[in-house]
Design a binder for this molecule. Sequence first.
Ligand SMILES: Nc1ncnc2c1ncn2[C@@H]1O[C@H](COP(=O)(O)OP(=O)(O)OP(=O)(O)O)[C@@H](O)[C@H]1O
Length: 431
Amino acid sequence: MLTFMEMLISLITAAGVIVLCPLVKGLVPSSFLNNLLSIYEEYFCTPEITLFFRTDCGLSDNQMYDVASTYLRTKIVDSSKCLNVGKTVRQERPTFDIVPGAELSIPFHIKGLKWKLHVEKGFDGYERLRYFTLSFDKKLKEVVLGSYLAEVISRYKAIQESERVLKLYSRDFVWGTPGREWSSIILEHPTTFEKLAMDPVQKRMLKDDLDKFVNRKEWYKKVGKAWKRGYLLYGPPGTGKSSLIAAMANYLKFDVYDLDLSRISSDSELRRIFLSTSNRSIMVIEDIDCAKLEDREIEIEEMSDQLILQKPKFTLSGLLNFIDGVWSSCGEGQIIVFTTNNKEKLEKLDPALLRPGYMDMHVHMPYLTMDGFKQLVSNYLGIDGDHQLFEVIAGLLENKKVTPAEIAEELLKSEDPNVALRGVVEFLEQK
Ligand SMILES: Nc1ncnc2c1ncn2[C@@H]1O[C@H](COP(=O)(O)OP(=O)(O)OP(=O)(O)O)[C@@H](O)[C@H]1O
């Protein structure tokens, strides 16, 4: 007795014979022949479907690329025969990564799903494009596009939540790489608000402001405002502006994007860059008063491959206006932090720059006060109470302009509190 499968195979084989044999072909009605052929195609020539997960998605970075990459890292050891193994000096254990071109076969329903990482290089040998492909039997189309991808995304979200590592994005390694606006490293800055030497009232106000901002998503929607907030941090070099940005990122668990305005050549480039940032992130534009946008020259690559110098069209205020517009129309929970060593210069440049909308809250980072000093002593020497040299130091600090960075440097010199604090006294006396 023939089973159903055996009958089907016989029929398909018969179809093959019929197709190949012109004599038999003439004897069989064409409708029957077509039916047999479609069954043959359906079960024996099952073409694969391939999904592409490119790094870019229109003008933005493609989040599905990161989704795929994060998800596959959890599967790699069981599903690939080739693994890249790496470890930096800081890491304790090696990590495994995907080898470009090697197949990752993940069991799912009938046949496995085949994932692959592709890396394309340009003529110059530099990487131009990378993307993942996911190939599968077309019979799995519905289930892969539906429940499987949903599972991959929810896995990614769970990993993001549980192993949330903050990232610092910059544009240093992406010049000329199509579809990649930012490259990132892990942000491992240890500064927290607690460790920051800063006026306690101002610290409280800033934390409250940040709390209010992140918790008011619905309020922003209700009043029809873009959910974004701008901060200006100003003060001399070494007073902790960068440290404060790290403290804000650690507090909010927001990634940081470091933007160098002087290298932007056009509105469209700027728009692309902004559209490629993630929600709930901090964009940092340092030394905003030094961004002499009108005076600089930018290298523009011509069709002829010759580099020419050209002056870009925008001014600082025009640029900020533009940023305001782009950010109003995209992204949620965005923070932008400007820093300057010289607020007066910024005011002279264009007072409108300081208005709420661009810079909603201004935070002054001054020279070191005695309160700030005690915070540093607590951080570096573990002294939370008093010390006999504090009175001398308080007197010296009143008349000197010293930055927390300078005193931090002195405190690093010895773990013995007496030695370190005597070093601070000497430093202040000589200043
Ligand atoms: N307010 C502060 N509280 C604690 N540490 C500080 C503070 N300010 C400076 N430091 C110490 O000095 C180092 C340099 O400070 P930081 O880079 O944050 O200053 P900055 O104001 O951003 O300087 P610049 O304007 O030159 O970028 C920090 O890594 C930190 O160790």
